[in-house]
Design a protein around this ligand. Structure first.
Ligand code: PLP
Length: 407
């Protein structure tokens, strides 16, 4: 490969915008510049028509009514609106929310805020494969519980939760069910009504649409759900989200939804074959390679792999001029913290720090996977060659018995 070709395997962070989406958006910057809320002239009418068409495209992707789609600035805002909006709207029914320890920060931090406002939140742990234990989840319900929020698919591991089973539990107890489905919408079939999800957050830029636009699905019938607006203003979006709509962004989001609906099955089949090739390649070429999270219930395009005794951030430096991925460590202030998601799966700090997330996407080619396999394998071998810990492991020393000097 040429040394300057950059391979993008970080599609769970954001996806490139599909060129067909960009093309659809362009007229809405200059030729059709209207504010969708301007009711008195054709510019406004055209913008509104475009927004309503996009709303239909997006509703069509998730089998919802267009009226159930509330546009936002992205999934972070949608998660905040869902969690805080339910907490406020249903305050007379109770103040308890249940969620998982492996949720995205947008959900966890919104829950932290709810706790500050006098709410109670139970953070249910997951099993070692990342799946929720349904009995533990149900046991967390109290007579004050108003909401259970469980992500459809995890951003770090791709693990898909048993949505239908959780929906049944919520139904049985008369509790609202919310899901952050950001990583699942547009990639696998996601039909909230079918599984009993009442509120669902997702975003355009994780499904080949533009950044800065997202949606909250809010169920309108049986039950009729409402969330308290978190922005005060003109009362747009059925009173749930004020603010001038991002017309070009919404048009692009709609087009992305239409493409996803048409191409999801073929993309998923192609990408899961490539993902499996990558995983098998590492397992065939290297020792001590572990795939994190349940491998049956997971997204087709993601693999999260720990290369034992190799520090992930260091490993990334050996190939990050050529390959873009994410590691299982997060730089929080000055220190390198292991991913809380991987820690929640019971991985020790060492395995969490040695993990790399490869997330493929619509524009990933087979040669990208071949090159990634070669470069990452070389990087792992290089790091292990330099590692005294790897040498000790190869000599058969039980590393758990080694006493490390304090420093
Ligand atoms: C990316 C992501 C978000 C945040 O979405 P934005 O549109 O970037 O705000 C929320 N939840 C999950 C699971 C994500 O992957």
């Amino acid at each position: 490969m040429s040394t300057n070709r950059l391979i993008y395997l970080d599609n769970n962070s954001t996806t490139p915008t599909d060129p067909r989406v960009v093309e659809t958006m362009l007229p809405y910057f200059y030729e059709i510049p209207g504010n969708a809320a301007s009711r008195s002239h054709p510019f406004g009418w055209q913008a509104e028509e475009a927004v309503e068409y996009a709303r239909e495209q997006i509703a069509g992707l998730i089998d919802a009514d267009p009226k159930e789609i509330i546009f936002t600035s992205g999934a972070t805002e949608s998660d905040n609106l869902g969690i805080k909006g339910v907490f406020e709207m249903y305050a007379s029914k109770g103040n308890h929310i249940i969620t998982l320890t492996t949720e995205h920060k947008a959900v966890l931090d919104a829950c932290k805020k709810v706790e500050k406002l006098g709410g109670e939140v139970t953070y249910v742990p997951v099993k070692n494969d990342g799946l929720v234990d349904l009995e533990v989840l149900e046991a967390a319900i109290t007579d004050k519980t108003i909401l259970i929020s469980v992500m459809w698919a995890n951003n770090e591991t791709g693990v898909i939760q048993p949505m239908k089973e959780i929906g049944d539990i919520c139904k049985k107890h008369g509790i609202l069910f919310m899901s952050d489905a950001t990583q699942a919408v547009g990639k696998i079939p996601v039909h909230p009504k079918e599984v009993g999800v009442h509120i669902m957050a997702f975003t355009s830029h994780k499904m080949y649409g533009p950044k800065g636009v997202g949606a909250l699905f809010v169920n309108r019938k049986n039950p009729r759900v409402k969330v308290t607006a978190q922005l005060d203003g003109g009362g747009h979006e059925r009173g749930m989200r004020s603010g001038t709509l991002n017309v070009p962004g919404i048009v692009g989001f709609g087009k992305a939804a239409e493409i996803a609906k048409a191409e999801m099955a073929q993309d998923a089949a192609r990408l899961s074959a490539l993902r499996d090739k990558l995983e098998k390649g590492f397992q065939d070429n290297l020792e001590e390679v572990y795939v994190n999270g349940n491998i049956e219930h997971r997204m087709p395009h993601v693999t999260n792999i720990s290369f034992k005794h190799v520090e992930g951030e260091g490993l990334m430096m050996t190939f990050n001029q050529n390959i873009a991925v994410s590691s299982g460590s997060a730089c929080t202030s000055a220190s390198l913290e292991p991913s809380y998601v991987l820690v929640a799966l019971g991985l020790g700090d060492d395995l969490a720090h040695s993990s790399i997330r490869f997330s493929l996407g619509r524009f990933t080619k087979e040669e990208d996977i071949d090159d990634a396999l070669r470069l990452v394998t070389a990087g792992v071998n290089h790091m292990r060659d330099l590692s005294p810990i790897w040498e000790m492991y190869k000599e058969g020393i039980d590393l758990s018995t080694v006493e490390w000097a304090e420093h």
